[in-house]
Structures are given as structure tokens and as C-alpha cells.
Design a protein around this ligand. Sequence first.
Ligand code: PGA
Ligand code: ZN
Length: 441
Amino acid sequence: MAIYLEIKSVHAREILDSRGNPTVEAQVTVRNQENGKLYAGTAAVPSGASTGRFEAVELRDGEPRYFGLGVQHAVKNVNEKIAPALMGKNALNQIQVDRILVELDGTENKENLGANATLSVSLACAKASAGALSLPLYRYVGGTGAHLLPVPMMNILNGGKHAANTVDFQEFMIMPTCADSFADGLRICAETYHNLKKILQGKGLSTGVGDEGGFAPDLPDAESVLELLVEAIRASGYRPGEDVWIAMDAASSELYNEKTDMYHFPGESSLKGEEVIRSADEMISYFETLTQNFPIISIEDALAEDDWEGWQKLTQRLGGKVQLVGDDLFVTNKKRLAAGIKLGTAGSILVKVNQIGTLTEAFEAVELAHKNNYTAVMSHRSGETEDTTIADLAVAWNTGQIKTGAPCRSDRVAKYNRLLRIEEELGEAAEYPGLTAFHVQ
Ligand code: PGA
Ligand code: ZN
């Protein structure tokens, strides 16, 4: 007889994320009809700050409590609408569960129930099922093939919307491609992070951190950040561009101004005492120069979320040399990714489960990417919780890369620690891809 994990209860509550803002946590309890045993799975939803315009809707109450950011309506949607719709269904049939969520919402962007409501239940359902089968989540979701540990794309210097400093690009990250295991890669990153701290201290710069745990000093431009990263990599005993590479997330939709059709750099402008503005073409040339002068292997959201034409040009110019990642551009949405593939834009998709709102739809995006020779980078949000689901998903879906912040603050470190445990558990079956995680170089 096929196993039937009957959904017995679905319950959500409002908890806090790493920025002290409310988010949704759901608990799904299933009953194994064979032995009558109950299993519960719990999942919490992350939240972005530089949110893409095309993301699924994060339902916020808009009432005075928590400055409008409460999620009591989303919680109520789980408890009063989603719970009755899922009662008695087989949690093992994740696709059916997610289809019910999508249909119950009935909109393109989940504005009805809220993607925070649907995602909490979707993930909790998978976790309850994994528990009921006594399987780790990565094995339950990924099956027998799940074995690839991700190369960390570790954000060690924060800017943009994630910090109050003058750095305009949002994220400057390091990728330890020379490591022979995830654990070794993590050590290289953490040592580089600590060396960067010493270098900043030596220069009298701030070592306060941004939302993702990276340092957030006031620096005049991207070049000065990149120079510091190169120095920190060298100070750690590694060769920039051979052992350890640099990745950036420009998050340029945040810099783009529709009225002027230009990218505005407020931090650079304030420190240089003159208005710094760049057109899309100038942005492309700027990134080209940066990649010529620094060991950059990956650039995310180099251009705004709707500039398909610019992205095409960018891909033609730089796509063969660096990994071009679409975050706000693709928003983990297979339709937007399909459009991008058709136009030949970017070469990689950032995967944020809350951008789309169900596990199945996030997987469909990864599947489409891999089928078309695009890479996929599993990712956290700037607002996180102690939930480590994305660590398991990175291994389950063999993405080979993960972006989950600095080795600082438990909301970030929890994911790295989970990956250490997974690597240990996989033993000799664990594979660390290093440079093969990329299609460029
Ligand atoms: P967000 O930032 O979670 O604030 O959107 C992360 C990113 O842009 O990659
Ligand atoms: Zn991004």
C-alpha cells in the first residue's frame, strides 16, 4: 500500500525575523495512515528589503502595529482558508498541495492569500513529510541524486538597502573555488572575513555590519571595496582570481530612476561631491572595466529588472566571462526565466523561495534553468530567521552555489552550519564543485 501522510492540522503564527519585523511561521502535522503516528514540520518565511517589482506579494497588514508590517492577515489566511482546504490531503503529494495553494489564491502573484502564507505551509508540509519518512529534508526533496554541496557566495561587505553606509552596490561576496570541501570553503571565507575586519580596523574604518552580516564601512566607490576584498583574500593566503573569486550583487533596480532612465549613485555622489549617474550603456562598460581589473566571477542584477534590452547587451558583452545572475529580473518565476532564456539574457537565476511562494514553483524554476544550461544560485533574503530550509534545498536541487550572508549573526550562520552537517552525513558521496559550479571561466 502506498504511504499516505494525511494532513491533520495546519497552524500559523506571527514571529519575528532578523530585522525585528514580523513574519509567518507555519506548522503542518501529518498522520501516517499505516502506523497512526503524527509528525510535525515547521517553516518560517524570510523577507527582502530590495524587493523586486515582479515578486509574489508579501502580505502585510498595513495597520499601526509594527509600523504596518504585521502579518496577522496572512496568518489568518493560513488558519482559516488554507488549513480547511488541505485537511485530509496527502502531504507526500507536494505538487498537489502546492497546486491547491495556487488555486485557492487564484491570482498570478499570490496577492490574495499572500506568498508568505502559501510558502510557510508549502515548506512546512515538505518538512513534516521528510520527518514522517525519517529522511533529512535534502534527501526527501532531492531523492537519491542529491549530493552536491554549494560553493558559498559569501557576502562580506554590505551596501545599498542593507546598510546605512555610502556603498551603492548592495553586496560584495567571496567564492572559495579552490576548496576541496564545503567545510574547507567555509573556513576560507570566515578567515577572509576576519582578515577584512582587521584591515578595516587598521584603516580606521567602521566594522559595524549590515543586514546580512557583512561589514558596512563608508567607502567612495566599488573599486575601493574590491581593492579591500582582494587585500583580505591575499592576507588569508589565497590567490584572488585563482583560489578565491569575487561576486557582486549590484541590486541595480534600486539605483535605477525611471524619470531619468539612469542609474543614480547617491553614496558615491556624496563622497565625491558631484552627482554620479550612469546610463545602461555606461553601467555595462563600468562592469566590463571592473571585471577587467578585479577577479570577479559573478554579477547579479547588473541592470534594472525591466531592462531586457540592456540585459541582452550586457549578456553579449560579458556573458562569456562572468556569471550574470538574474534576481529581480527573474524573481524565481519560470515564466520570466523562460522569457529571459528566449532572449538570451543572463546565465543564471537566483532562487528565493518566497519570491514565488511554493516549493514546487521554485523547483520548476531551477529545473528550467538547468535544462537550459543556466546555473541556479540558492539564496536567503536580507530578512531571515533561524529556518535552514534553503541549505537543504541547495543540496536537494544540486544548485552548486548558495548565497546566505556573512559568517556573522545566527540567522546566516545557521544555514552554513546546516550545510556542514549535511556534508558530514553524506560522507564520501558529498561533492564540492569548486569552479565547475560555473559555466564561465
Ligand atoms: P533582499 O536582498 O533579500 O533584500 O531582496 C537580497 C538580494 O537582493 O539578493
Ligand atoms: Zn539580489
